[in-house]
Design a protein around this ligand. Structure first.
Ligand SMILES: [Cu+2]
Length: 263
């Protein structure tokens, strides 16, 4: 499959999953987020149905033109109401909370594990009004050196390898959002943030800014291209050769990179 022109992808809607319209999940860990969404949807649907049924029962049971009689309930009925609320809070919110903590520790914030993985691809991203500039280490394997590969609104990663992004902004707060990968991270001026994901399906996907960042915020879209490992290698070699030719020591704007941050 030859890649579609980037501008066409940038104008397209993200691919959708069947069902109720979530963006298709093409990441290794996105299903964890989706399962929490589905659980929340099911829990709220059940509570909604029970409350609606109780309301309908009361409307029908007490229909007619009669004076209302006020009651504070009995000790037993109050226990049932309070007990149900506490039980729902413990079961539903407890499950959501514990799953979230575990998913973050094992996957989405497992930065030490990803950093130690020899297959990890590292990218520095600089957000600005209104585009995403990305930087890869060149053949010397180090960032902020003359052989870096720099791209604009065009991030490429291999399928099946962890990707570790270090992220900042030079003007206002932006938010690096990959809807098809279920990851989002603010880009904050003066701060380097982190984000990790792994792609499962080759293709081209939307990179959106999810923080209103000025009048052209809506135009701040890039493309994340997931390539086969060979395709990525080939792209990287060609981009490294281009970078060596294009390097201009006087271009100060291009020198925004930083030495890979250890946290
Ligand atoms: Cu933005």
């Amino acid at each position: 499959m030859s890649p579609t022109p980037l501008f066409a992808v940038a104008l397209a809607e993200p691919p959708r999953a069947p069902g109720y319209g979530l963006p298709a999940d093409v990441s290794a860990d996105g299903h964890l987020i989706d399962s929490l969404l589905h659980f929340t949807l099911a829990a709220t649907a059940i509570v909604f149905a029970v409350v609606l049924a109780a309301l309908l029962w009361a409307v029908i049971r007490h229909r007619g033109n009669r004076l209302a009689s006020y009651t504070h309930g009995t000790r037993g009925s109050r226990s049932i109401v309070v007990g149900s609320v506490v039980a729902i809070a413990i079961v539903v919110d407890g499950y959501l909370f514990s799953s979230t903590v575990l998913d973050l520790r094992r996957h989405f914030w497992n930065f030490d594990g990803v950093e130690a993985n020899p297959r990890t691809v590292r990218v520095e991203v600089n957000a600005h009004q209104w585009s995403w500039t990305a930087r890869y280490a060149g053949p010397d394997g180090r960032f902020a050196t003359p052989d870096d590969i720099v791209t604009i609104d065009d991030i490429r990663v291999p399928v099946g390898a962890p990707v570790l992004v270090q992220l900042t902004s030079i003007d206002v707060i932006h938010s690096f959002y990959l809807p098809n990968f279920r990851v989002k991270q603010d880009a904050v001026p003066g701060n380097v943030g982190r984000l990790t994901f792994e792609a499962r399906v080759p293709g081209q996907y939307e990179l959106a800014c999810a923080q209103h960042c000025g009048p052209n915020h809506y135009k701040m879209r890039g493309v994340l291209t997931v390539l086969t490992p060979e395709g990525y290698r080939q792209w990287w070699e060609e981009a490294a050769a281009d970078a060596a030719r294009a390097y201009d020591p006087d271009d100060r704007e291009a020198g925004w990179g930083w030495e890979w941050r250890r946290f």
